[in-house]
Write a protein that binds this ligand. Structure first.
Ligand SMILES: C[S@@+](CC[C@H](N)C(=O)[O-])C[C@H]1O[C@@H](n2cnc3c(N)ncnc32)[C@H](O)[C@@H]1O
Length: 474
């Protein structure tokens, strides 16, 4: 699960334009209408989202389409309140149990308390509601159990408890994220792009270079990046710095044959292709034709001509078979719980369950096994997720290595730091966390197929399969 590569919702922070609506900024009489109407809008949107039928951003987009009269500021405020509720749902539900009237309205009020100043919000509240809000806002959250205070389901709280500095991690996952973009190294230079942004549409979003990735720029607030000329020209893409660092582990070279095995909407494919300087052959595999279709306009904007998108079957795909033992590098950006991206997708903590995790683990192991067969002797296999759970990460890799002695584990931290200055990581794995690196939570391992281990079986099977020119597939 990864939806890190599109413009995100998130509260405006730091130097971005102040977001909390203040009474003095509104004409007389307006705050009441605004606050009262907004409470009803947020309540109504939450009514759809909390069914959990679809991801929250999809449900919210659906709700916006059903309310076309709302302007961009209205939508921004509704989105901000809704996402605040999703982040703090368990605590807010507990707070909403007290008080009178529909609890759904009280959830909306709590969400809007993060958007509006008290004076504005109070204009839409009854006396009793104002008293209730003041009461719950005065509760010392430190006295609550962590799962309530930081709003986690019990099963997730228990799993996260085993991680180092769990409290810091959980707190960071509950904060809204800034927006990272990535410069397309084929078309632009980061220093020039920073200048252009500061002189143009990016100025009010406080653009700064990302600390580790040489291609990243961090923006505060909710910049409408996809309407900016540099985006339309393919000079920039939205991509969390963590994803950029992860691609640096693949370290593709000019002229190589690379497979992005789970390419999805192509976020990582784009950077891989640019690092190959649009040479060689870059297969973008995915089982989802719809996701690959979403990647196509991005590929077109990027100016890359080395990408071959292929919709594959999850089992026994003949085109995959033909690439056995041939690829210099294979990236498996596996489908995962996405729990490292809670800053942007807080609904995932309510949409995932231990049972769905087990199914994901089986899929991950199966994809890793199949993708590994494509790696040439001496070639590199990178396994990555945007999860923070060991069962989707270290445990998968350790099991794979135990079953596949022809592969060895490389030092991912060292490889990443070759490309990403300032990045010092301990241990063989790449583990990024919002509390330590200000990125989403990511995991990656870099493996190498031993040179001396012939991919005998794989090659044999590849020879049996009908070949395209040079073992390529169309
Ligand atoms: C984490 S997402 C990939 C995100 C993408 N790499 C990016 O950077 O935008 C995982 C992808 O794996 C795909 N997937 C699921 N099962 C698969 C399989 N058996 N083989 C290949 N891809 C699969 C999903 O369709 C999804 O697009």
């Amino acid at each position: 699960m990864n939806s890190t590569d599109k413009p995100r919702r998130g509260r405006e922070t730091r130097k971005a334009a102040p977001m909390r609506r203040q009474e003095q900024a509104s004409p007389v009489g307006r705050p009441y209408v605004m606050a009262a109407a907004r409470i009803e809008q947020v309540r109504s949107a939450l009514g759809e989202i909390l069914q959990w039928e679809y991801p929250a951003d999809a449900s919210l987009s659906h709700w916006f389409r059903a309310h076309p009269k709302l302007g961009s500021r209205d939508r921004g405020e509704v989105a901000e309140a809704v996402f605040d509720v999703l982040r703090h749902l368990r605590r807010y539900r507990q707070f909403a149990e007290s008080g009178t009237g529909p609890a759904a309205r009280r959830l909306a009020i709590l969400g809007l308390a993060s958007v509006f100043d008290k004076s504005v919000l109070n204009t839409g509240l009854s006396e009793t509601e104002q008293q209730w809000l003041a009461h719950v806002q005065g509760i010392a959250t430190e006295s609550l159990a962590r799962a309530v205070r930081d709003s986690l389901p019990d099963w997730l709280d228990e799993r996260l408890a085993s991680l180092d500095d769990a409290d810091e991690l959980i707190r960071a996952l509950n904060l809204p994220a800034p927006l990272d973009i990535r410069v397309n190294p084929l078309k632009a230079d980061r220093a020039d792009m920073l200048k252009q942004m500061r002189a143009g549409p990016g100025l009010r979003y406080d653009p700064e270079p990302t600390p580790y990735s040489p291609w990243g720029i961090r923006l505060q607030g909710r910049p409408p990046v996809n309407r900016w000329p540099m985006f339309e020209k393919g000079e920039i893409e939205v991509q969390d710095e963590g994803s950029q660092i992860l691609v640096s582990l693949v370290a593709p070279k000019r002229g190589e044959m690379i497979i992005d095995y789970c390419a999805g909407a192509g976020g990582k494919t784009l950077l891989l292709g640019a690092l190959m300087r649009s040479t060689g052959r870059l297969y973008a595999f995915d089982v989802s034709a719809a996701r690959l279709a979403r990647a196509k306009p991005r590929f077109a904007r990027s100016g890359l001509s080395n990408i071959v998108p292929v919709v594959i079957n999850p089992d026994n795909d003949q085109r995959v078979k033909r690439l056995r033992g041939k690829a210099h590098r294979v990236l498996v950006d596996a489908p995962c719980s996405g729990l490292g991206t809670l800053r942007r997708n807080p609904d995932l903590k309510w949409r995932q369950h231990p049972e769905s995790l087990q199914a994901l683990r089986d899929t991950q192991a199966s994809i890793l096994r199949q993708a590994a067969r494509c790696v040439a002797p001496g070639g590199r296999l990178v396994y990555a997720t945007c999860s923070i759970l060991p069962e989707e990460n270290e445990e998968q890799v350790e099991r794979f290595l135990a079953e596949n002695p022809g592969f060895i584990l490389l030092d991912a931290g060292k490889i990443a730091s070759d490309r990403c200055e300032n990045l010092t990581l301990e241990g063989p794995f790449l583990r990024l966390r919002p509390d330590r690196h200000q990125t989403d939570g990511f995991f990656a391992a870099a493996l190498e197929r031993k040179k001396e281990t012939p991919v005998k079986k794989a090659v044999q099977e590849a020879e049996e399969a009908p070949q395209g020119h040079n073992g390529e597939i169309d």
